[in-house]
Ligand binder design. Sequence first.
Ligand SMILES: Cc1cc2nc3c(=O)[nH]c(=O)nc-3n(C[C@H](O)[C@H](O)[C@H](O)COP(=O)(O)OP(=O)(O)OC[C@H]3O[C@@H](n4cnc5c(N)ncnc54)[C@H](O)[C@@H]3O)c2cc1C
Length: 489
Amino acid sequence: MAQLVWFRSDLRVHDNPALFTACQQAQQEGTDVIACFLRPLEQWQSHNWGQNRIRYTERCLLDLKEELEALHIPLICQDVATFAGQIPALLQLCQRLNCHQIFANEEPELNERQRDQQLIAQAEPAGIHCQLFHDQSLLPLGSVLKNDGTPYRVYTPFRKQAQQMIAQQPVQTFPAPAPVISDPQQSLQLKIDSLSLDQPDLVIFQPQNYSDDPIQQRWPATEKEAFHQLELFCGQPINRYKTQRDFPADAKGTSLLSPMLAAGKLSVKSCWQAAEQIRLSDPAAAESASTWQGELLWRDFYRHLLVLYPELSRNQPFKKETSNIQWRNAPDDLQRWQEGKTGFPLVDAAMRQLKETGWMHNRLRMLTAVFLSKYLLIDWHEGERWFMQHLVDADLASNNGGWQWAASTGTDAVPYFRLLSPYRQAERFDAQGEFIARFVPELAKLPAKQRIQPKGYVQGYPNPVADLKEGKERMMAAFKAVKSESSAS
Ligand SMILES: Cc1cc2nc3c(=O)[nH]c(=O)nc-3n(C[C@H](O)[C@H](O)[C@H](O)COP(=O)(O)OP(=O)(O)OC[C@H]3O[C@@H](n4cnc5c(N)ncnc54)[C@H](O)[C@@H]3O)c2cc1C
């Protein structure tokens, strides 16, 4: 007999409620624990995951395998193409390995939740009990509600309510489980090895070598490194977070933990606790630590929304009327945005940062998203997809939330008439053009002011793709048109 832990976006052994509970139960019952990961490559691709996110997940898996081995838990990795393929694969594994319980952590996305419901519906009649645990957010998904039981649509009251709930019931984490010591695990490993030899349909995927991938080289993917990075950030930079987080040239201005949070290499609760310790013990850093916690709550906010409003997982805007906006069909402008050749230095630097590193600073995600959806009036779905395809930290909830915020189609979105001027943003957050020079070498030799807003023709650098004033007027007209349509209907 064995307990089966199904890993998905929780690729860690610390603070993993499903793993911890399975191990506890195994200890009580004297059974084994087996872990599995069922790679749905086609599904990921249909969800617009690009190579950066996929490879990062595979690297996280390699580390998970090692961490689990130290706990005497074998990890079976299998290719299954789609979510639909995961359910029969799981049921077969249970049958072959004599497992009567599946443990997994909840995910907020619609397809994932529907799949879990289907699993439960098929597993229970077969005598297999499935347990799902609250994991991906600080507070259980969908639990932060107004007094009248309706969801918050605006972040600030959501944050206040969440903070109150956390104050009443502080965030708890689980330790890594103790190594499993039941039936000699060696025999379990042999059983699994023979499974893969005997069953031709059990395709174990072979992780590749990532040493020639410069983007992967940048992003640590082990649990030890994740904790180390969190510790380093909370050791000092967190003190400056409130003042520095908006300056993209400052490489230590933010934590850079997002890939680890997206893959679940690190839990959001571990992050919260680390910041909470600073907040309570260091008065000079308390406000800044609290600001960082506020960002973790933005992440929670978007996850709660995804669960409460399933249409968000179906590509629909939160504000219904905005689905009628007449976006421009402008493939050349879109391509210039994607390639970082808009002729607006900070936008271009940001887009090239994304291409070169698989990551983009938050201030610049806001700027580039507003630039595409407002100044160029190109459908925000194009930008959302491009980000998903290139970000190492690609995450439906935060990406969709961020894009809908920028395009003024979402909850708590920026009012449609409020824009982020690419020149003004550069003056405020990259005044010396330091960041621009790093990613747009054509401009590096110019004096700071010229880097931010080149005067006249610069060799090798494109002219602006749009006139900002005209772009703004075009966007205002498009938004006003749907506003008057919706008030007339
Ligand atoms: C258009 C747009 C698209 C985005 N797409 C993604 C995405 O695909 N994946 C992703 O993880 N984040 C996304 N974000 C949110 C944010 O930009 C990144 O989480 C952040 O830049 C990651 O850097 P960091 O880890 O150094 O963040 P820090 O500033 O150190 O913040 C700590 C953590 O808090 C969370 N966080 C911070 N800001 C936000 C925010 N505005 N919304 C939600 N969570 C936040 C992240 O998990 C982050 O790792 C997007 C934002 C915008 C405006």
